[in-house]
Design a protein around this ligand. Sequence first.
Ligand SMILES: Cc1ncc(COP(=O)(O)O)c(C=O)c1O
Length: 460
Amino acid sequence: MTVGHTSHAVAEYMRRTPKSKSFSEKAKEIMPGGVTANIKSFDPYPIIMEKGKGAYLYDIDGNEYIDYLLSYGALMLGHGHPKIVQAIQNQIEEDGTFLFGTPHRLEIEMGEKIRQLYPSMEMIRYTNSGTEATLLAIRMAHAYTGKRKIAKFEGHYHGGYDQVLLSVNPPVSAAGPADEPRSVAESKGMDPYYEDHTVVLPFNNLEATADILTRKKDDIAAIIMEPIQGGFIPAEQSFMDGLRKITQELDILLIFDEVKTGFRLGLGGAQSVYNIKPDLTTLGKVIGGGFPVGIVGGKKDILQASAPTSSSDVFDSSQSKKSGAKDVLFHSGTYNGHPTILAAGLATIKILEDDIDHVFSMTDQLKMGIQKLFANRGIAMQTVGLGSIFNVVITEKDQIRHYRDLQQADFALRKELDFHLLNDGIYTKPMNRYSMATVHGEKEVSRTLESYEKALLKLV
Ligand SMILES: Cc1ncc(COP(=O)(O)O)c(C=O)c1O
């Protein structure tokens, strides 16, 4: 299939968004690339939004969009939900402050809610982001097992630091054999030490994974994984069952990074869908109600390593000569367990308890509608995903099971489609997955399908 009209779609994009263009140019003088998270950048320049309401975003040129990016999945209630606004206002008014700097009631309230929904998370600690959560979970795994390496799967993302920013999106030519991938650094400035100390595994390939783990079991403290790769490529049930079994046999901890899937696959995350009990879990995104948060939880005896003792305070100079600090796993953070954010998170869960099924049914409706439109035009594609997240993968392949399968998709056609959709008011960052929210209703879904129909007519 040939891709025509790319320049036409992008030219139309530029015609509709002149203020975004000049804003981006100004932003480039202040921030490298004009962005403060590289993921927010795309060619020719990103759209600058200035208002959000419910399912909609409005850019500085006055264009309206139905939002399916939803801040990379964080906003499962859409933009500015009035009950979240109310919860935040109440917390600040009732407590009289934004931050106590001490333990407080909402830490326990949220903790109890998390334990109820995620029974594997017997104890928890709060962090300020998903990145910090995976960082802490990995330190806990090293402390508990005494082993120095970790393993992760090719194509899985766990944050931007050296230990895990490996083989997330490697060029296949540099990525080694499919059944024993090489560890490929994804950034300049990374310490090559981690290319040796983070073992990369092939997702959904139990035999090859088991073989690598068996050979390296004495070094590997934990496997960290996205149960659903990139939020949309599901692990097969037999793979999950096998992985849980072999990690137990080899004394390797299993960390489910549910920063994307937590609350989005079900209130109890991927672990409730697969019926698997990981040793540690990390959460983020949805649980912050749109504010920065992370949670690490898991088995009590693993978490307990971070319980302070009377002689373990790193910041108390009177204790510097004592050995206690070294016996405790250090974890700290000025904003950990931020009351305002926990109030927003608790209110989010409450709404999802009533409305999550609506999100799933709208997601299914949109997926089926898109599939039908592609089928009508004779283009092979799949909507890949579970729960409230999916991706549109244009491919002749029967099934997308892992990173290497995904690399064979028609990215050029997908990008072209995305620009046509943007020009018609359907927002996701080009090439990104779709995340749905409680505020997506029949109206938004049918409007989106109309846009797809128009875009497909222009494409082929
Ligand atoms: C699975 C997963 N883990 C960790 C992270 C990092 O979270 P944050 O961006 O909050 O640091 C992300 C972010 O996209 C993620 O999807």
